[in-house]
Each structure stands twice: as structure tokens, then as C-alpha cells.
Ligand binder design. Structure first.
Ligand code: KG4
Ligand code: ZN
Length: 345
């Protein structure tokens, strides 16, 4: 089955073609970073309009790259939520109506399921069950995954998501949007010994997170150091490093707790923050000591992309799941409410 995947949940237009037996045939990504940069964050209306501009030409281009005509498509998958409602509408409207006009099945994909399954595009892919740490701009969740659509939330952030914490902290440090990668780059130059920030909620039982206090910690520390006339550039790099260490350490501690609790030897890292080099390294070394194998997508499939939507949609479509010819994008959508599907052969 050959599936066209469409992602338009936020500020990236992603399109991909996935086929059973062949894998990923073609994919393209357009990031709206330049469009939103001057506003310091995503402007929803501009995002929707840009998806309208980019989506159709990108679909044509991906089909051409995959030497595929629209008549050769067997199904269409589009992100139905969660995300910005106007942005979601663009991909859902185009995806659903294209499928209807071609007389082929369509499915609305949960964006976080896309992230969660993205490591299965890699080789070796993890077997079920596994624990997934989903760390994106809007979500931080630990999920027990027994199969596709068989998700149980073990823990989540009570306030800011990990990516959101990176983005807000980057803003405090005067870094440009998007903040996460910029902060990670600045942290590379930082001295890890100068500051030690708290590891929130690691001193009490449970698998929930809280990152909003860290940004306040950063703001207070920066103001104090600047008032004392410390070198601002070195100070910002050292603070960035201490912040990154604190987030990475906190995530790693909770993941170790989760694998022990579930007696599980596989952990999957996914979502935009899983592109963070230090997080990938720390997770691997800490969990290797527990006999746990860590899986993550290649960096280009950690952040939003069409490949993960094509793949997740293919899984559900090949299992016979189809959406009716209507679409109702969801700004919020509980991952645990998804129906389970049988694994594809
Ligand atoms: O999954 P994603 O592309 O979009 C959402 O679904 O939210 O995640 C975006 C988030 C942003 O908060 C971004 O700052 C963060 O992932 N991010 C990073 C890195 N690359 C992206 N955070 C830390 N280090 C990175 N290298
Ligand atoms: Zn995402």
C-alpha cells in the first residue's frame, strides 16, 4: 500500500510517500522559521496561510520524486491533531478531499503517535512493548507502548513541555526563535562546572515532570550575574549549559525510573527535543548501565516531518482503519483515546 503523508500541525509543512515493503520513497520538509522569526514565535494565521501556499506544490514535487502519479496512491494520511487549528485545517482539508476525489481511503493521524512511531522507520526498529519519552514543543510524556494504539500514559509535564522550556529559556537568554537548537548550540560553549540548576521533581516518587520553575531560575541567575557585571556572553553560555544539563538529567532520571517500574529493556526517544545531542548521549549511557537499549529517530525525523505521518497512517490504513469523508481537526487530542490496531506483517 502506497500512502501519501501530510503534516501541517504547526510551523512545518511536511509531505512524504511511504510504501509497505519499500519503506520511505520520498519526503520533503519546508520550515516556516524565517516567516515567524521576527515575531519571536509562531503566528498561527501566518502559519496557516503559508501551509496553503506550500502544500500543493510540495505534494506535486514529492510525487514526482517518487515517480508516482496521484492514481498510484492507495491512501492518504494527514495530521488531524493536536496542533494549531487553522494549520491543521489546511492539511486535513487538502488530504481528505484529495482522497475523496481519487476514491481512496484517508486517515487522520495523531501528531504525537507520528512522533512516537518515528523510531520504527529506523533499523533496527524497537519491538513492542517499549517505553516512549515524547518530548516536543507542546508535550512531555512518558508512555507505555504495548502496540500501535495501545498507549498508557505513565507521566507527563504538569506545566511547560520540555521543548517549551527550551524555547522560553532561550528567549530569556536573548536567543532567536526557534530557541531549542539555538540554546543547545550556545550550551556547547558553556562551562558545565559554573552552575548547577535543580532537577525538578526528581526528589519525589512518580513519573511526572515540571519545567516551568527552571526558566525562573535562569532569569534570576542571569539578572544577578549581570548586576554583578559578569561577562554577559560567557555567563549566558554557562547558564545555557547548566539549563540543558538540568533538563537532560531530569528526563534521564525519570526514564530510568520508568524502565525499572515497567521492567522494560527498550526505550524510545521521540519529538523535537530528542534531536538534542546531549539528551541522546546521556540517555544511552545511563540506560546502558540498566541493560536498556535506547532507540531514536535520525535527527531530521525527530522534529515535525511528513514521513512520520505517512508511516503512522500506513500502519492504520493497512490494518483496515479508514476515516469517513468528513474531517474535524482537533487542537487537543488524548493519545490514550486512539483505537488499537493489529501490527502489520
Ligand atoms: O516535535 P517538534 O518539532 O514540534 C512539536 O510537535 O512541538 O518539537 C519542537 C520543539 C521546540 O520546542 C524546539 O525548540 C525543540 O523541539 N528542539 C530542541 C532541539 N531541536 C528542537 N530542543 C533542544 N535541543 C534541540 N537540538
Ligand atoms: Zn511535533
Amino acid at each position: 500500500m502506497r500512502v501519501l503523508g501530510i503534516e501541517t500541525s504547526c510551523d512545518e509543512t511536511g509531505v512524504a510517500l511511504y510504501e509497505g515493503g519499500k519503506g520511505l520513497i520520498a519526503h520533503q520538509l519546508y520550515s516556516q522559521t524565517d516567516l515567524h522569526a521576527r515575531y519571536g514565535g509562531v503566528v498561527p494565521e501566518l502559519a496557516s496561510r503559508d501551509h496553503v501556499r506550500k502544500l500543493l506544490p510540495m505534494i506535486r514535487s514529492v510525487l514526482a520524486a517518487g515517480q508516482c502519479r496521484t492514481q498510484d496512491l492507495d491512501g492518504i494520511a494527514f495530521t488531524l491533531g493536536p496542533g494549531l487549528i487553522g494549520a491543521l485545517l489546511v492539511g486535513a482539508a487538502l488530504g481528505r478531499s484529495l482522497a475523496w476525489s481519487l476514491g481512496i481511503p484517508a486517515i487522520g493521524v495523531h501528531h504525537m503517535e507520528g512522533h512516537l512511531l518515528a523510531p520504527l522507520l529506523e533499523s533496527p526498529a524497537p519491538d513492542f512493548p517499549f517505553i516512549a519519552l515524547l518530548v516536543s514543543g507542546g508535550h512531555t510524556q512518558l508512555v507505555w507502548v504495548e502496540g500501535i494504539g495501545r498507549y498508557q500514559r505513565l507521566g507527563e509535564s504538569l506545566d511547560d513541555a520540555a521543548g517549551e522550556a527550551f524555547d522560553k529559556t532561550a528567549k530569556i537568554l536573548g536567543l532567536p526563535y526557534p530557541g531549542g537548537p539555538a540554546l543547545a548550540a550556545l550550551a556547547e560553549r558553556g562551562d558545565p562546572q559554573r552552575y548547577r540548576f535543580p532537577r525538578p521533581m526528581t526528589d519525589r516518587p512518580g513519573l511526572d515532570f515540571s519545567f516551568s520553575g527552571l526558566k525562573t531560575y535562569v532569569r534570576t541567575c542571569l539578572e544577578k550575574e549581570l548586576a554583578n557585571r559578569r561577562d554577559p556572553e560567557a555567563t549566558k553560555a554557562d547558564i545555557a549549559r547548566a539549563f540543558e544539563e538540568a533538563v537532560v538529567d531530569t528526563l534521564a532520571i525519570k526514564c530510568r525510573r520508568a524502565v525499572r517500574q515497567q521492567h522494560c529493556s527498550r526505550l524510545v526517544l521521540a519529538g523535537g527535543v530528542s534531536a538534542n545531542r546531549r539528551l541522546r548521549q546521556r540517555m544511552k549511557t545511563l540506560l546502558a548501565a540498566e541493560g536498556v537499549q535506547v532507540f531514536y529517530p535520525q535527527p531530521q525525523f525527530c522534529t515535525d516531518n511528513g514521513a512520520m505521518i505517512a508511516f503512522a497512517g500506513w500502519q492504520r490504513l493497512t490494518a483496515g482503519q479508514v476515516d469517513p469523508p468528513i474531517f474535524a481537526p482537533k487542537a487537543r487530542w488524548d493519545l490514550e483515546s486512539l483505537p488499537p490496531v493489529k501490527c502489520s506483517p
